[in-house]
Design a protein around this ligand. Structure first.
Ligand code: 1PR
Length: 523
């Protein structure tokens, strides 16, 4: 029996699913006695150090957790569950950590995108029972802006390289904690959890030790989901956002089945976009929640969900905050949420007033769940101009001339699935959203969507150059060469595609086989 400490933030469903899939049963901590009486405790943490320590304090969990850890019983901490063990964190300097291990949690100060998101390797420093049957070359899923600066080298189990070499897991007697998420790391992650559950004293050292480690470029499968005219939830796909063919909504498959297929084929992440979320409130559209719950039972890579994340008042006058909507998605299995239309409206307001209110969906979700959980989905389209000073927007000089031979363009943001153009450009939107606390940009392009003509490299470079958070390139992938092009010509961390994967025109495995030896990928 595994006892799971859930303090209410982030996605514990993935951990529950991963452990149950391994045949183990779980008891959720409901009182502090559950911590004291646990035989094996797993503490997954996502989000923000200060809300974690505050909530643990409010629930009277801090003292029992400390005595459990001091009793040297088996413990597995994940992400913030690692940070909590140390003296202090730069994320919340006024709140002490548990102080079980000496050291502090520091923010990355590196010349790379932060958060560090994606699949990276581990460099093993000492034998461990949890490393049994690993070969040493596996990649695990990381998503964090802070890392532990562990004072005692003897506790360092693995390190990872990202701008610097940082501690990616620790081992102190029966206490294990990882910066990465084993529950989201496919087969090797589940092996680690299996080893922990099994226990025992046989310590193993992987056959090879990879150093330095490298962050992989991610290949993401995107599923645009909506109800078709019969009311069934289907994966659809538009051409420049028009999802109807001969008047009916294109049906390219069932969401859960397709997601499972992409997991098996090696997708590094899966994104669901509820494309009619702007008009159908997601918490009334429960099938989407069910899709997440079902998918997370057998898909052990990160899941992002977007569509309809905003404040909402239903027909009975009940008000829902965007945070509540996001919480429901996280509880159902999402690791990240993506905000489209609402982000544009928030940015417009911020530009007008210059005030950070702390009340917007971006700020509130980021505060509770951490910036890495908040993706901004941008839906821009090109607007050509004769000269850069013709508009008050970020204008680029383009090599793809306009209909009247214009050599300049800007990228107009849209809302409601491209139906409404707004007076704000994609570069400004990305910048403002980073400031408000977003952790990643999903950069679509209406002109390119479904065209199979390749990614819009000019758009991607303009946005990528304006922010220091990771950017996912989206729209236009038509062949394996397009993925190589986007990774070679831009600094994006991930590339996303939909149509070619759904129609099996270019399977994910083919993309990865082509990229192998050219680009760092997870194979
Ligand atoms: O505005 O917060 O409710 O979120 C709605 C979300 O739904 C946004 O993320 C928006 O991008 C998405 N969306 C809305 N309408 C459509 C549509 O197609 N009619 N889909 C839509 C956007 C774009 C991509 C697509 C890539 C790759 N889909 O995600 O998957 O362009 O396609 P390709 O590889 O086939 O070219 P809110």
């Amino acid at each position: 029996m595994i006892t799971l400490l859930d303090y209410g933030a982030g996605n514990v469903r993935s951990v529950v699913n991963a452990i149950e899939k391994l045949g183990e049963s779980i008891k959720m901590v409901e009182t502090h006695d559950d911590i004291l009486s646990a035989e094996k405790l797993i503490f997954p943490g996502v989000g923000n150090f200060s809300s974690m320590i505050r909530i643990l304090g409010q629930k009277n969990y801090l003292k029992p957790l400390k005595s459990y850890l001091e009793s040297n019983r088996p413990f597995f901490g994940i992400c913030l569950g690692l940070h909590a063990l140390f003296d202090q964190s730069e994320e919340a300097p006024d709140l002490p950590g548990l102080g079980i291990l000496k050291g502090v949690v520091k923010k990355f100060n590196i010349d790379r995108s932060v958060p560090h998101i994606g699949w990276n390797g581990i460099c093993v420093k000492q034998p461990s029972q949890i490393l049994s049957h690993l070969n040493g070359n596996e990649k695990f899923y990381f998503v964090h802006s802070y890392y532990v600066d562990c004072k005692d080298d003897v506790n360092v189990l693995t390190t990872t390289h990202y701008g610097i070499e940082f501690v990616s897991s620790i081992q102190h007697q029966n206490l294990i904690a990882t910066q990465f998420h084993p529950e989201k790391s496919g087969a090797p992650g589940r092996l680690l959890l299996k080893n922990f559950i099994k226990g025992g004293n046989d310590k193993a050292m992987p056959l090879s030790v990879s150093t330095p480690t490298h962050l992989s470029k991610r290949i993401i499968a995107c599923l645009d989901v909506r109800a078709n005219d019969n009311g069934d939830l289907v994966v659809t796909k538009g051409d420049q956002y028009d999802v109807r063919e001969n008047g009916t909504v294109r049906n390219l498959g069932r969401p859960v089945e397709l997601a499972k297929r992409y997991y098996k084929e090696g997708a590094d992440e899966i994104t669901f976009l509820n494309i009619t979320g702007f008009r159908d409130f997601p918490l009334e559209d429960m099938p989407m929640i069910e899709v997440l719950k079902q998918t997370s039972k057998s898909v052990f890579v990160p899941l992002t969900i977007g569509g309809g994340i905003r404040d909402y008042t239903d027909k009975n006058g009940r008000h829902y905050s965007a945070l509540e909507v996001a919480e429901e998605y996280f509880r159902s299995g999402a690791d990240k949420i993506s905000i489209g239309s609402d982000a544009v409206l928030i940015a417009e307001k911020y530009i007008k007033t210059g005030n950070l209110t702390g009340e917007s969906s971006i700020e509130r979700i980021s505060e509770v769940y951490g910036c890495q959980a908040v993706v901004i989905s941008i839906d821009p389209r090109r607007v050509y101009v004769d000269a850069p000073d013709k508009v008050n927007h970020h204008v680029i000089e383009t090599t793809i001339y306009g209909p009247n031979n214009e050599k300049f363009c800007w990228y107009q943001c849209t809302i409601k699935g491209g139906r409404e153009g707004r007076d704000i450009d994609a570069v400004t939107l990305a910048r403002v959203c980073e400031k408000l606390g977003a952790g990643e940009i999903l950069l679509n392009c209406i002109d390119k969507d479904g065209t199979k003509s390749g990614f819009d490299i000019e758009l991607i470079n303009a946005v990528k150059g304006a922010v220091s958070i990771p950017v996912i390139a989206s729209s236009g992938a038509g062949c394996v060469e397009h993925f190589l092009e986007v990774f070679e010509k831009t600094g994006v961390e991930a590339a996303l595609a939909a149509g070619i994967f759904h129609r099996r025109e270019v399977p994910i495995t083919e993309v990865k086989t082509f990229l192998k030896d050219k680009v760092e990928i997870r194979f």
